[in-house]
Design a protein around this ligand. Sequence first.
Ligand code: DAH
Length: 364
Amino acid sequence: MSDTNELLSSARAAIAGAGDPASLDAVRIEYLGKKGKLTELMKGLGSVPPEQRKERGAALNQLKNDITAELERRTESLNSGALDARLAAEKVDITLPPRPAPDGRIHPISQTIDEIVSIFGDMGFVVAEGPDIEEDFYNFTALNIPPEHPARQTQDTFYLNVTSTSPGATEPSPMVLRTHTSPVQIRTMMSQKPPIRIIVPGRTYRSDHDATHSPNFHQVEGLVIDTSTHMGHLKGCLIDFARAFFDVPDLPLRFRPSHFPFTEPSAEVDIGCSRKSGEIKIGNFGDWLEVLGCGMVHPKVIANCGLDPAIYQGFAFGMGIERMAMLKYGIPDLRTFYEADMRWLKHYGFAPVDMPSTTGGLAR
Ligand code: DAH
């Protein structure tokens, strides 16, 4: 039996001498592998006289178990040694000064959308979205803008060479790049039961291009539909919003009668400002600045969506996001929003770790 003892002590020495997982594996193969030392002894079992075979077999099995156990112990200690070495090497010195902020910035349009959504979110609105490529029905017809209505021309619509047949229509009509976010009002009223309270940020398109107009711009739409919402709610909601967004608690708002085909009555909303030496300041300074359109949703629009206007009513509003961002953050030129100029973005953009909030990033 001394050959098994010999083998065990030589295996122990080899295992102890293996300094890393690869050499330990080589030792395993040397002893337990197909042509390993222990395997060779096992093969010899057949030539052992039958009366000794049982004892010899048990001894060899024991030897195998012992070597396997030694290998496992060594693997564990090598691994924990490796872990200790890694922990030592990757130690973080928390007393070092913070690194400079990364170069990336949140674009003012994204930041402004986040701020607007967070204010209306606090009031119980949820975000809704619709497609940029829209059907004529949702963009115009269902919003009570009939085919010959001047809004279809004055809005300078981009028409596509693709047609679709809208709900209730017999003829296909060209698809459009949506000229406003208002079609999402229709999509929502046609797919959800009131009460509805949505806020809709998104891209919009018109074929304008000058210092204050870009062919691609952004709007936010709001819609509230239930059985009892009235114009007092519309006013209160927009007053609270504007004061929170511009962070001016006594900001005056003025509701001027206006016209939109999809609201009745309709209003345009002005906020207080001053324009001394060409610079616009938001606040209670005696002058006025238009910021958004709104009104009570027209009964025809409610009926166009399959809802009963004798039961349901509510309000809607729409505003330009670039305009809101320019006013809040003092950005003078609309075109700079889309130039992807890193110097501009470093100046007007927001650090990625800034949480969007009602006063997010306000520099005062
Ligand atoms: N869709 C209008 C536009 O693009 C803005 C607007 C005005 C939206 C009044 C509304 C609203 O929901 O009630 O000019």
